[in-house]
Each structure stands twice: as C-alpha cells, then as structure tokens.
Design a protein around this ligand. Sequence first.
Ligand code: UDP
Ligand code: MG
Length: 317
Amino acid sequence: MKLLSLIIPAYNEEDNVEHCYEVLSELMNKNSIRHEFVFIDDGSADSTWNIIQRMAEEKDNVTALKFSKNFGKESAIYAGLKNCTGDCCIVMDCDLQHPPETAVEMYRIWETGEYQVVEGRKESRGKESFLYKIFANAFYSLLKSSAGIDLHGMSDFKLLDRQVIDVLTEMPEKQTFFRAMPGWTGFNTTSVYYKVAPRYKGISKWSKRKLFKFALNNISNFSSMPMQIVTVFGVIFFIFAVILGAQTLIRKLMGRSAEGFSTVILLLLMIGSIIMFSLGIIGFYIAKIYEEVKNRPKYIISRRVDKKKSEGSVDGK
Ligand code: UDP
Ligand code: MG
C-alpha cells in the first residue's frame, strides 16, 4: 500500500496544529489512505513545538522537526520534503485554508499514475484586501513576462511524486521558490482548483514587508530580466545623447552655443539617478550570488522526534 506524506509547516500555530492533525487523520482514514505527518516548527515562539513533539511521541505516524530559529515557510517545506518517506507528499498549511478534501482529490489523481505533480490552484483568492490583490496580480504578471511562468492562482498546496521530491531535494541551490519549482522540473503536471477557506484560528504570519521581499527574491530567482533593464536604459540614453549632442554641436557651429545651466543640472540628476538605480539592480544580483556561494544551509534542525521512522499507518495509533 502506498504511503502519503503530509508536510505541514507551522509557525506560531499552537491553536491549529492539533486540530489540523485530527481533521486530516480522520479524513485519510475514512478514505483508507495510508499516511504520515511531517510537522515542521519554524522557530515558533509559542507552544507549537510542545504540541507537535507530544503528538510525535504518542503517534507512530508523526515526525516532528524543530528549526533553531524562524527560517521561513520555504525552508520549512524543503525540510519536510527532505524528511518525508512517502511515495508521494502533499504540502499543506496548518490553518486548514487548503481544503483537506482537495488533498484527497489530489491523491486520487496521483493514484492513476498519470501525473507526478498535482498543483492546487486558487479558484477564488479568499478574503484579501484590494491592494493585496493588485500587488499579487502585478507580481504574477511580472513573473510571467520575465520568466515565462504562469503562477496565477498558484499556491504551495501541491502533491509531488517521490521522483519529483528527490529531484527537488537534490538541487544544490539555496534560494528556491517552491511555488514554481515543481512546474519548472517538467514532470507530468495537472491542476485541481480549490476555494481558499478562512483561517481556522490565529492570524496570517506574512507581514507586508515579508511578502514584498519574497516577491523580489522570487523574480530574481527565476529571471535575470531586471538586469536587462540596465541595458535598455543605456540604449535609450545613448539615442538621447546623440540627438542632444548633434543639436548642441550645430548650435555651436552656428555661433549660438547652448546656454542654460539648468539643462546641465537636469541631465546630471537624471543620469546620476539612473546609474544608481542600475547599480542597485546589479548589486542585488551580486548579493544573491554571494549568498549562494556562501553555501549556508537552508535551515537548521535543532530537534527531531519520531517514533517509527519509515512506516506510516492508516489509523495513526
Ligand atoms: N509559516 C511558516 N513560517 C513562516 C510563516 C508561515 O512555516 O515564517 C506557515 C504557517 O504556519 C502556515 C503556512 O506557513 O502553516 C501559511 O502561513 P499563513 O497562513 O500565515 O499565510 P497565508 O495563508 O496568510 O498566506
Ligand atoms: Mg493561511
């Protein structure tokens, strides 16, 4: 019988983890899907670790991992991929915003053996502010035009076959973008659509600042297009320079040399800011290369609890 790994990152989710386990367990048992849980405590400050540790001590099919600090959801997902033992896995949020029934639907599709990746796509984006929607759409459009990947409605809610899990965990790169990576690998992929449910308890852990950083990082991860902007600036300014140069020269020859201190100031300011802007873009990529070259781990696991390493069970006892 095949084993499904449920990978669940948790950051300050003391009100959700146990409920999440219970709901998913019950559903999987009802559908006779042999499963295991991998909970990753992403450096929570509340009692999330105590709860998942206790669950891992009591139940055969729960693995609990504790990060030494908050490394972020992306790292937590990769730790889950690395430490799961299933024939396939599903990555889910622990606030039950990803409907558990959709996970069963994903598993049934995988069972047919036709697809190695089943993507969860948001049918409706749930309750989000107008500004947030604009921001998300702009980000996806930018990614689509620069890197050619369509992430509209995409989330981290995915099913991956063991083959895909192995490919992803063997990639040496440190700055990854889980939402887009399985699609990039090129394995047979299909999508299921789901409605984002409201959060079970607590509040979202993504601050606006974190989201903005995440968006910038992911664009630079998948595309070097922003660096081409520097070249485009160069070309535009070259054309501008030729025209202005010719005009100034003609005026000079005709004995009417260009007067105007303000023109000089204006040009200096414009060129100065564009050079700095361009340096910023290049600097951003150099910083990325620097981080990658340092080769630090994506995460550090400070504690691990699991009773029975490889065997998941249907009933979790
Ligand atoms: N999460 C995490 N590390 C973080 C932030 C979030 O592991 O630094 C987890 C969180 O516990 C939840 C999932 O990622 O299981 C999604 O987070 P959240 O619900 O806050 O995000 P949203 O649904 O608002 O996008
Ligand atoms: Mg959520």
